[in-house]
Write a protein that binds this ligand. Structure first.
Ligand SMILES: [Zn+2]
Length: 201
């Protein structure tokens, strides 16, 4: 799924704590937003593998959640939501499309890398690919409760995520063509250093 969907899903799981303990809301939202972005920092270095841990983020979340319950303060709650956001991100990637330049072609069976079992998990394609109409619909669904239940600055982040999501979804297939044309004009010595999904194009 696309990054805006990940961010809104992360913010959504912070809604309960923000309602129950508003004083911890800033830490919860900040931690969840950072955690939901964190795995995709590997976008150009072993994407969906280097920082994607569909198994290991879960025990980290459990330990951090226990710590947050024992010592409820901004730092512990933020850390718990950081790991929870990252764990959710990796699970969402598994339920999305494959890792390839044109995931709607469904030529790859790489979803997200499972370091525990040392293998790629196949994409389940519940959301066909990042930026698909289904992905955009999910972004909208997640945005609704967030817009109703949060104030500034979270609602601005939600609106920004929605605008980025709409733009990305509209341009998604065209962007793949652009990337392919740019790669065709790029010297092969440089292409060799690009991520696999670009070289395979
Ligand atoms: Zn990801």
């Amino acid at each position: 799924m696309m990054l805006p969907t990940h961010v809104l899903a992360g913010l959504a799981i912070a809604l309960p704590i923000a309602t129950i303990a508003p004083e911890l809301a800033p830490a919860a939202f900040a931690g969840a937003a950072a955690g939901s972005v964190l795995p995709d920092l590997d976008m150009y270095a072993g994407h969906r593998r280097t920082l994607h841990f569909p198994v290991y983020y879960l025990p980290l979340t459990s330990v951090a959640a226990i710590l947050a319950l024992a010592v409820p303060m901004g730092a512990t709650v933020g850390l718990a939501y950081l790991f929870a956001g990252a764990a959710l991100h990796c699970r969402m990637d598994e339920f999305g499309g494959s890792l390839e330049l044109r995931p709607w072609a469904e030529r790859s069976e790489r979803g997200v890398y499972d370091h525990y079992n040392d293998e790629w998990r196949a994409p389940r394609r519940l959301i066909q690919y990042d930026g698909s109409p289904g992905d955009l619909a999910m972004t909208g669904l997640l945005a609704l409760p967030l817009l109703v239940l949060t104030g500034e600055p979270v609602n601005w982040l939600v609106i920004a995520a929605m605008l980025v999501g709409i733009t990305y979804a509209v341009l998604r297939k065209w962007l793949a063509d652009v990337v392919e044309q740019v790669i065709a004009l790029t010297p092969r010595s440089i292409v060799a250093y690009l991520p696999g999904r670009y070289r395979e194009s």
